[in-house]
Write a protein that binds this ligand. Sequence first.
Ligand SMILES: [Zn+2]
Length: 374
Amino acid sequence: MHPRTGNRLLDTFLEAVRIDSPSGEEATFARWCADRLAALGCEVRIDATAGLTGSDSGNVIAELAPTAVGDTLVLSAHLDTIGPGRGIEPVVEGGVVRSAGDTVLGADDKAGVAAILETLAVLRATVRPHARLRVLLTTSEEIGLRGAHALDIADCTGDLCLVLDAAGEVGGIVTGAPTHYTFSATFHGAAAHAGVQPEKGRSAVLMAAHAICAMPLGRLDAETTSNVGGISGGGATNVVPAECVLMGECRSIEAHRAEQVREAMDAAMRTAAGDAGGSVDVEWKKEYDGYRHADDHLALAIVADAVRQAGLEPRLFLTGGGSDANVLTSKGLPSIAISCGMTDVHSTGESIAVAGMEGLVRVLLAAVDRAVAS
Ligand SMILES: [Zn+2]
């Protein structure tokens, strides 16, 4: 047993991060969340997506019956944490929570989960009218937004979804996120003895090198990036390598720019292989579609209002990273990712201020108020 701090939100968060939930192994944490949500008055189910995602659990979907007329608000977070994330031991010091140092903290995304549970706990403890509320906790977000991709959106409809999964100080509102393509390419050349008859060989490593040099890479404009993230091939110094594998990606908030860069990278690989008398098999995958909300988008105004109501300053920004908001928006559930106060996510230095989580709960409560028809 761990001592309780007397702060219900913090205690919930500390308990949540101590439950291991690496991507694909969310069942224990999903059960814990489902039990909590049921105890808070929700009707809860775990959907049947486990078979589609490869996780040991489906997404957790909960619904709190309305006490007032208004828009249906969906609050969403993901159940899984990035590695190293087993045996997380949170340390609270000076109002900030970090891990003991050898794992991530898991505030990404358990700060979101804890804030949702606290919001429901406040609603239960007070007579505060609210419209229909839904909670969506997805599996395997960190390994390709799998739970969200597999979700049948008919199971979780709503007027507006807040995806509690952006880093940075509370008050941050993501107005756009990129369309994201990844690729894996295998260059085929011909092997030969490098000392005896190199002229008979066709180096797949050299083809890949030429392809990389010809690609647009890095930050291409304010909203567009690309990267070659991996290369492997060959096996011995004295053999002209017959095979080389490249992995990479490109992203842009503008879908047509993502497509342009994808085509340029693809052409660079095919030209490099062809020029050297080899060939290349390129497999592209669209990870998710991007989106961009106009600054005067009604949902943005609602969220910015809620942030102000919580006594914070709204900060609109574009992100180069994807989240469940991309997938849910393209499935027809208008979704906005908001900052949860976590910093240095995806590293063992990850931390979150308790005051940040408290601010997030105020934002959610204000959004709940705002959803009630006036
Ligand atoms: Zn996350």
